[in-house]
Structure formats: structure tokens, C-alpha cells
Design a protein around this ligand. Sequence first.
Ligand code: MTE
Ligand code: MOS
Length: 730
Amino acid sequence: MNLQVVGQSCLRPDAPEKLTGRAKYIDDLTFAGMLHCVVVRSPYAKAKILSIDCTAARAMPGVWAVATWKDIPGNNFVALVKNDLPLLAQDSVEYAAQAVALVAAETKQQAQAAAEKVVVEYEQEQPILGIDEGIEKGWVLCKYQLFEGDVDKAFADPTLQIFEKTYYTPLQEHAYLETNGIIAVPDNRGGLIVYGSMQCPFYVQKGVAYALGVDFQRVRVVQTTTGGGFGGKEDAPSTPGAMASVMAWITKRPVKLVLSRGEDMACMTKRHPSKIVYRSAVTKDGIIKAVDIKHYVDGGAFLTLSSIVLWRGLIHSTGPYNIENVRVLSYAIGTNTPPNGAFRGFGQPQVVFAAEAHWDEVASRLGMAPLEFRNKNVLSCGMRTATGQILTESVGLQEVADKALAAAGYHEFMKQPRSQGRYRRGMGVSYSHYGVGLGANGGPFNNAGANVIIAADGSVSIGVGTVEMGQGMTTVLIQIAAETLRCDTSRIYLVDPDTAQVPESGPTVASRTTLMCGNAVYKACKELRERLDEFDNGRNLEWKALIGQCWVAGVQLSVQGWAVAPKCTFDEATGKGDVYCIYTWCVNVADVTVDTLTGEVTVNRFISGNDVGKVVNPSLAEGQAQGGALQGLGYALVEQGVLKEGRLLSNSLSTYILPTAMDTPEIVPVFAEHEYSWGPYGAKGFGETPLVPVAPAVINAIADATGVRINTLPATPERVWQALRDLEQK
Ligand code: MTE
Ligand code: MOS
């Protein structure tokens, strides 16, 4: 196909406002008569609530309302999967920083002062802390399983070699630039307009409607310019959304709730810590015969979104390999810590780390090169995944591998001897696949709508239910629309997502936007273009003139596009099914130098190889690869949320260590474009994928350089140093 706009690096329309600082984020907005909300939170990880006394707080200056669970007009829960998280604690608190009461006052300072006067009597109890204790106490929030073949028989086969390792991964903070924030404003129709920084306006609408006990459409949610989400604004904003709304409902005034950085870090969702026990049975010449995986993620004190995160982990835990016998038992474990939630990769970085670190070690113990081992087992088009799904198209892994390895200079480097001095250089590889969208677990959220309206002058407005959070959705959707309508990108405008104006389109997660919303926009624009072509009747009128004539003639210049994802299946008992409609494929190569004196790891270069189908906007895709890789390098080497007695110690950007520009190596994105027949112009989707395989590539590079294998992330200097000393002692 001869494409004009799709495949070009068009500039982002949101860039000028953001770069100049003119863009208005939620905390920049104000409304007449607006009150400020402050949340009273539990200091304990687990306690009974004996009493809550708000008398003194209510008497404080500037205070309009103080609310406990008793004052919630509708339901006291945050509507998510099982509605198990209370909006405000009732008889007990199950994690430190859990919300107990809300204060709304004229200024933030007054609200803060009054919050300190809320007297809560607690009786402390023994919390369950850490994933191992959660497993030991048997606190299971939910579980999934996947069975294929006969695992026990394979492990009993004396001709096979058996390997077993346990892997741990830490809590990771999203560190979006903008903290969570909401403003709820009473409107003139007896409802609320809820503005905020978020990924899923329809989740917030549902959350607010349940908390107030009103119709969904009495609540109108409008997303404001959002300073990053990375999954941290998927399920999370429903909570501040419902809180601000409850206070606006009670006081009949606009209410703003913007979390401070420390509060946001202490109480909002993070990446689930995990423990993964990976066992495998392999032939002497490197064919994987069986895996037996126990996969645990730490969900925190409530289920919230853990079932969804756990499911993606289950499906991807065997990696992009052909394995005859599979047993995976996946559990979301409860602990008395804040609920963990969505984070770029959605349960995949944990299992992909375990799998790819495991296979690298198995290869080396068999005396095989890491690539030789992988290539003997890797999936290709026509083969079956562990869930029994046949890969029918768009499997670009091999091409990605060739390009990524060439970009890294991998083959030449592998021929060289390794240094034995203080500084040792090594390279590591990782492979992964990624199911695009929500798959069989997405239910009603596997649809998306788009309203496309052409004005009389030929300018175009597009409304969608998914959001721009920095990933580039606006640009990509405008490109798809421009290509399909055959109209200039400069004449197309995307409006802020507004639940009153577009149909429920599911969440902006799971890298589903280009595929799902892109298809909805494509369908609407295609229908419009066909209408225009029919009217044009071969005259080849220029865009503006054509629209002008259509307008005068009363041709309908608006269409709603609706995309329904191809059907996916999943059997709860066996874990089998055609679980995702399409997969993207990644190969990462890390080139590192380890300082064996200090344990410090420097990444010299990093290659992020990706088959994402058609690349709609090359420079945005490169940006995603680079940002995702850097977030993955943080996960591999430095980032870890540290808790003490269930309270987050690393609750500021000075104590939670993140990679900065100074730590950023050269990150080289490479792409293969194995187009997807159902994707808009062949695109599959990208946003989350580039983070997923980063950590194991780094860990495998450390092993290549030094021989030590780090099985607990992150590979801090202390850990690497200790592992080097342990190796010397052997
Ligand atoms: N990129 C930026 N700049 N900011 C973000 O918040 N979120 C990531 C990814 N890339 C994010 C980002 C996550 S978690 C997802 S699911 C995808 O973008 C969502 O975008 P997509 O559906 O348009 O791929
Ligand atoms: Mo991304 S974690 O699916 O929002």
C-alpha cells in the first residue's frame, strides 16, 4: 500500500503546549468556590478501628465537611474487579496509608490542620508482610492455572536434566511526572463533572457513580492533560475520583484532591513484587521438554486489579518457546501493604525476567551458547503457544533477533575472550512475546468507539474514549484518520476524552490503543471517505471544496466507528485457549561493564528490538523503545520500593532511586514490521512492550561478563559485589 501519512514521523500536536509549559495539568485548574480535600490515613499496617471522632476537626476554621465511611452516599467500595477495596476504612485498616476519613476546607492548609484533629482510636494487630509470609500464611487473593501435557512424567524421565531456581522481583514505582489528582465539580443537571489525570475515564465514571449511588451518566468524566501514567493511573484514580466526588456531593462545591508526592508514593499502586519458582526438564542437547512454574505476586491487602495482572503473567510465563509439558500455578498473595496494580508490562516483566534468566543459565550449564539454546526452542509462525494457540500470522521474532544482534555487534563480541581484570564487559540477550490488548480476560472492554465529525470548513474533530498520557495516542490516531480521510493532519483535532461524548471504549492500557482505537477511527473515517467519494463522483474535488459542497447538500459528515476485537477464549480449568488476538515480539541485547571491585554495573549500550507490526510514527516508536528500555534498566539495576513494618520508607524521589539522564546509555531501537491483517494499516501496538524483556538481558550480560547470576532484582552494586565474593569462595 502506498501510504502518505502512516509511517511518517509527524510532529506531536501536544508538544508545543507541553514544551512551553503552557499545558494545564489538573493542579493548574481552579473553579469558583473550590474546596480542597485532604485524606486522613492509617499509620498502621493492620489495626482494628475502635472509634473515629470528627468533632474537633469539624470545628476547625474553613472546614466545610469531614466524612467517614458513614457519610458516603452510595457504596463504600472502589468499583473495580471484585469491589473489595473500601473507599474509607470501616472497622479495620489493612495497610498503612489506607484512607480513613476525608476533610474538605477552603484552603489546603485548613484541610490539613483539620485532618490532624480527626481522632481515630486503633488497636494494632500483627500484619502479614512480605510475599514469603503471605505464601506461608496462605493468604490467596486469586489464582490461575495452566496445564499442558504430562509434567510429572517428563520430570521423572532419567534422560532429562532438571534445573530449578527461585527468582524475586521488587516493588517498582511509576514515578510519573504528575501525581494523581482530581477535581469534582457539581453541574447544573444535578450531577458531577469530574476532571482529572487518568488513563481510564470510564473506570472513574463507574467508581464515582457507585460511591454516590447514582446513574453512570449522571457523572461526566473529562480527562485533563496527563503527565504520565505507566499503569499507575489505570485503577488508581478511581479512588481519589470517588473521594473528591463524595466531598463535592456533600458540600455542593467543587472539590480538588491532588496528592502530594510522598502521599502518592505511599498509598497508590505499584508494580507487584513477585516470587517465581522455575523448574525445567531439558534434553542434553537443549530441547525444553517440560516446565513447572510456581508464580506468586504480592497483591497487597485487596484484590483490586491483581487478577488481571496475574493472568497476563500466567499466559506469558513460559516465554516464546515451544514446550510440550507445562504446569503453571499462579497466585496473587495478600499482604498488609497498599494494593499493587497496573504497571507497564502488567505482570509480564516479573515472569519474563524469571524465564529468560532461567533459560540463559540452563544454556550455560548445558555448555551451549544462549542463542543456540533459544533458537532450538523458539516459536515461529504456525506453531502452538503453551495455551494451545496456533500462531497464524505476524511472528517477527527471528527478524527482530537478526537486526538486534547485528546492531549490538553480538556475534563478533561472542568470539572474543572475556576480560579477567577489574572491569569486565559482557553481553546478554532476552526474547519475549507480548499479547496485545486485554485478550480473553478483557470481556466487555475489548471494544472501542470513535466519533469523527467534519465541520463545514473541512476541519475534523475526533472524540475517543482512550487517553493521551504521553505515549503518543493523539498523533497516531490523527495519522490514521488523515491517511484514511485523505485530509491533512493539520486539520484534524482530537478532543479531550469525555465520557458524555463517546461510548465506553475500555481502558487505555495493555498497549491496546493503536489497535483498538486506531481501528475505530479507521472504520469511521473509511465510512466517511466512501461517502465523500460517492458524492465526489470522480470529480477529484480538493478537500475543502468537497466538504463545502457536501455540507450545502446536507450529506451527513459525522460517523461513529466501533471496533470489536477478534474473539479470544480461555478455559479456567486448563488455562487453554486462543488468549490474545495477536502478539508482538521482542529481542533485547544489553552490553554492560561490571566493576568487580565495587559491583557497579554500567550499561554501555542497549538494543531494543521490536516487531510491532506497522510502525505508524517512527520517531514516537523510537521514543517508546527508549523510554521503556530506560524504565526497564531502572527495574534491572536500581529501583526498589523499601517497606518497614508495612510503611514505605522510599517515599520520595530522593530516597527512591531512579535512573536519570546521567545514567542513560545509548539505547538503540530496531524494528521489524510484520503486519497484522486486522491492525489499522497493519499496526499491532507497542507502548508497554519495550520494558518487558530489559531486566533479563542486563542480568544475562552480567553473567556473561563475570559468571555470576543475579536472581533477585535489582542488581544493585551490593548484590553484584556479594555474588562475586560468593563465587570466589566456591
Ligand atoms: N509512554 C509515556 N510517555 N507515558 C506513559 O504513561 N504508559 C505506558 C506506555 N507508554 C506510558 C507510555 C503504558 S503502561 C501503556 S499500557 C501504553 O503506553 C499505553 O499506550 P498505547 O495503548 O497507546 O500503546
Ligand atoms: Mo499499561 S500497565 O497496561 O497501563
